[in-house]
Ligand binder design. Structure first.
Ligand code: AMP
Length: 281
């Protein structure tokens, strides 16, 4: 496995791989790998010849006062896990390689980015779309794999790829959870023991909402009120958003149907957790 930090070296390597007929699978991450990331790598390994993992904590997608500084990082451990997962190349650039002085170009997707995480983190998706676009231009993958944990991000990236005619396939994969239900996230290490315990309410309300919807409840407000009460009963929880949206438009639904997803973002102390679930499967 190679670890490449130079943008130009990475781009040249991928270009020559592509020209020689290699099918490139790409998994972009911010590192501090867990089973969620590993599930993407496993799928990427099966679908391509060359498996590329990027590890880059992208400063442009963090707002002022967000957790860029305390975002966990461990390249040594990530390298071990990546090697075991069959990664061929880790691309781990420095921020100044990606955004040299004088950098001035950004990619903005409209509409889908105006709600949910986009509403509470202004500029977040502009940073995400910019870095993902740059990474696609550097790695030149045939396919890229993303988790549905970041449901809105996946929708926004699909829109960007379609709108900009980017020549690659986007694959979305299910959320990987801890045995007790907590959605895996690099940020989970920043939770205190008590916050982690209270955080279990998120997967629990999503499960209960799906069960209630499956047994016939189609009124989103009833499901949301129930979920809100339970989350607010946790002393350290502070709801950022809690909504039931259509999977494609991300607009709030009036009636729950097959395409309805409950999406939530909740702070426990300084740590913001996101999670989501389809309500009818
Ligand atoms: P991150 O390193 O958090 O930026 O995530 C990198 C990729 O891993 C994104 O496509 C995420 O959606 C995906 N991912 C993160 N956590 C999970 C999870 N628990 N299950 C599945 N995919 C995940």
């Amino acid at each position: 496995m190679d670890i490449i930090t130079s943008v130009s070296e990475m781009q040249q390597r991928c270009m020559s791989e592509r020209l020689s007929g290699t099918r490139i699978s790409f998994v972009p991450t911010m590192g501090y790998l867990h089973q969620g990331h590993l599930s993407l790598l496993e799928a990427g390994r099966k679908r391509g010849d060359l498996l590329v993992l990027s590890i880059f904590v992208n400063p442009t997608q963090f707002g002022q006062g967000e957790d860029f500084e305390v975002y966990p990082r461990d390249l040594a451990q990530d390298s071990l896990l990546a090697e075991q997962a069959g990664v061929d190349i880790i691309f781990a650039p420095e921020a100044k390689q990606m955004y040299p002085s004088g950098y001035a170009t950004y990619v903005s997707v409209e509409r889908l980015t105006e709600t949910l995480c986009g509403a509470s983190r202004p500029g977040h998706f502009r940073g995400v779309c910019t870095v993902v676009n740059k990474l696609f231009n550097i790695v030149q993958p045939h396919l890229a794999l993303f988790g549905r944990k970041d449901f809105q991000q996946l929708a926004v990236i699909r829109q960007m790829v379609e709108d900009l005619n980017l020549p690659l396939e986007i694959i979305g994969l299910p959320i990987v959870r801890e045995p007790d239900g907590l959605a895996m996230s690099s940020r989970n290490v920043n939770l205190t023991k008590e916050q982690r315990r209270q955080g279990l309410i998120l997967s629990s309300v999503l499960r209960q909402a799906a069960a209630t919807a499956s047994s016939g409840e189609r009124n989103p407000q009833a499901l949301l009120d129930f979920a809100r009460r339970q989350i607010e009963a946790q002393p350290e929880a502070r709801i950022d958003y809690l909504q039931i949206c259509d999977q494609t438009t991300l607009e709030e639904v009036a009636v729950v149907d097959q395409g309805s997803v409950m999406l939530l973002a909740v702070f426990f102390g300084q740590t913001r957790l996101i999670d989501n679930s389809y309500l009818l499967s």
